[in-house]
Design a binder for this molecule. Structure first.
Ligand SMILES: Cc1cc2nc3c(=O)[nH]c(=O)nc-3n(C[C@H](O)[C@H](O)[C@H](O)COP(=O)(O)OP(=O)(O)OC[C@H]3O[C@@H](n4cnc5c(N)ncnc54)[C@H](O)[C@@H]3O)c2cc1C
Length: 444
């Protein structure tokens, strides 16, 4: 039986490991922490009376590689799929506007939604629709001088409501960089996948449980079926590689080798571990940078809304997730998690300042008659939530290939054409697994 070592147990590593096990390969998955999921996790803290995510994650119907992975693992369907797409925004002054798509085939569902929404003026609906249509077919017919999302918004005359409710929160959420920096080609790929596939592709998907409970627990048993295993607390600390062999040594002092190796760790870890073998590109990975995501979790004295999530129009926190609806939380009052992506400007604020800002943004978007007490509050800060994807850093993203055919790369930062998301991570893991499988079949 062929044996593959996968290092890193985030979505990319789990996707790669289980895809190979599915083909009958023995896989040892090495993870430095005591659990799988990488940047997708929830935690408990005595200062807060409920579990909280490191940051609420929003998935989409078009996350096909992700659904493939969760189906493979037999993970129970613990997600709320908002299909047809339906979203409300809480606006300053207490007004609530919404986009409600129709149960029609795509793109008619969206056309209906845009025709009937009260979130944008008629003029803005027309310019928004025209801009979206630029991404309906590939290759996108774009002016080559338009490089960033901000340039697109100016070029297509997007109005303030469309920017505030649609373009900016969507770009922040999927790219985790501001519109001024986000490369248009990458954002366009997302728009194409979300709005011009099937109707279900554009559904918003929210986990029905805290993130640590959404499917990783099945992974050890899945690998064991092929005599593989997940090895926790096995952080790799050194790596030797030659033309046809490799060896990784872990902090616990164990050595692992096999027929092939897949690295599925963040770029700066990989760069530090790679031996000095003249592969210059690997040393430039730290230049991919780090973009933060900040969340504030609040338990309030009274219920404010019943939807799964809502947008905060014009807020620094873009989305508010309703944990009573998401997880069936019944601890009394309302449990909300607010999230701010592309959050570099907030990164240095204290927890109190973040909580105060979140509460203020919420209060100013509710009718003045609605009052509430904050019973519990907690902020989570992920300073390296994603790499910084810009035109300049795009060239630093590496493909799955390395100078060694038996060593592959995976991770949301690799050159998938997608932003650093769960879907990008799963796509990279499945690609690395497929290439590794081809390599195993070509070698005796
Ligand atoms: C707060 C926050 C909110 C987000 N929101 C969204 C969202 O709404 N939608 C979305 O799709 N995506 C979102 N993302 C991005 C998404 O979480 C990531 O793109 C995805 O989880 C990356 O997976 P990965 O496997 O590539 O990397 P990681 O999850 O980072 O996995 C790498 C793994 O490697 C391990 N590791 C590192 N070094 C070693 C070593 N030397 N030896 C062994 N193991 C090692 C790590 O412990 C980790 O488990 C968000 C991220 C954050 C932080």
């Amino acid at each position: 039986m062929r044996k593959v070592i996968v290092v890193g147990g985030g979505f990319a590593g789990v996707a790669a490991a289980t895809a190979l096990a599915e083909k009958g390969v023995q896989v040892d998955l090495l993870e430095s922490r005591g659990s799988l999921g990488g940047r997708v996790y929830s935690t408990d803290n005595p200062s807060f009376p409920a579990p909280f995510d490191n940051g609420p994650h929003l998935l989409m119907g078009c996350y096909h590689e992700t659904w493939k992975l969760l189906k493979r693992l037999g993970a129970p369907d613990t997600f709320h799929k908002i299909d047809p797409l339906n979203l409300s925004w809480l606006c300053p002054g207490g007004q609530k506007v919404s986009l409600q798509c129709a149960p029609l085939p795509a793109p008619l569902h969206l056309v209906w939604g845009l025709l009937t929404t009260n979130a944008f003026s008629w003029k803005e609906k027309v310019s928004l629709t025209k801009a979206l249509l630029l991404f309906s077919k590939k290759p996108f017919s774009l002016n080559p001088e338009i490089k960033t999302v901000a340039q697109l918004l100016d070029f297509t005359h997007q109005g303030p409501q469309a920017r505030e409710r649609f373009w900016i929160p969507l770009c922040n959420a999927v790219m985790n960089v501001p519109v001024e920096m986000a490369p248009l080609a990458g954002f366009g790929e997302v728009l194409h996948r979300v709005f011009f596939g099937s109707r279900k592709d554009s559904s918003l998907v929210v986990a029905g449980k805290p993130l640590s409970d959404i499917g990783f627990k099945q992974t050890p048993a899945y690998l064991k079926k092929q005599d593989g295993a997940v090895h926790f607390h096995e952080g790799v600390q050194s790596f030797k590689v030659s033309k046809d062999s490799f060896e990784v040594l872990t902090r616990l002092g164990n050595t692992y080798t096999g027929d092939a190796l897949i690295w599925a760790v963040p770029p700066s870890s990989l760069s530090a571990l790679w031996p000095s073998d003249g592969w210059e590109k690997i040393k430039t990975l730290p230049q991919l940078g780090k973009s933060p995501i900040i969340s504030v979790h609040l338990i309030l004295s009274r219920s404010l809304f019943s939807e799964q999530l809502a947008g905060l129009s014009g807020g620094r926190f873009e989305w508010v997730f309703n944990r009573n609806a998401n997880w069936g939380w019944k601890g009394g009052g309302q449990y909300l998690s607010l999230v701010a992506s592309a959050a570099e400007p907030l990164a240095k604020q204290t927890e109190k300042e973040l909580v105060d800002l979140a509460v203020k943004e919420l209060k100013t978007r509710l009718p003045t008659s609605v009052t509430f007490e904050v019973l519990h509050a907690k902020a989570t800060r992920e300073m390296a939530a994603t790499f910084i994807w810009t035109e300049e850093t795009d060239r630093l993203r590496l493909s799955t290939e390395t100078p060694y055919p038996h060593v592959r790369l995976a991770g949301d930062w690799t050159a998938t054409g997608l932003p650093a998301t769960i879907e990008g991570a799963c796509l990279s893991g499945h690609t690395a697994a497929q290439k590794t499988w081809e390599h195993l079949n070509q070698t005796p």
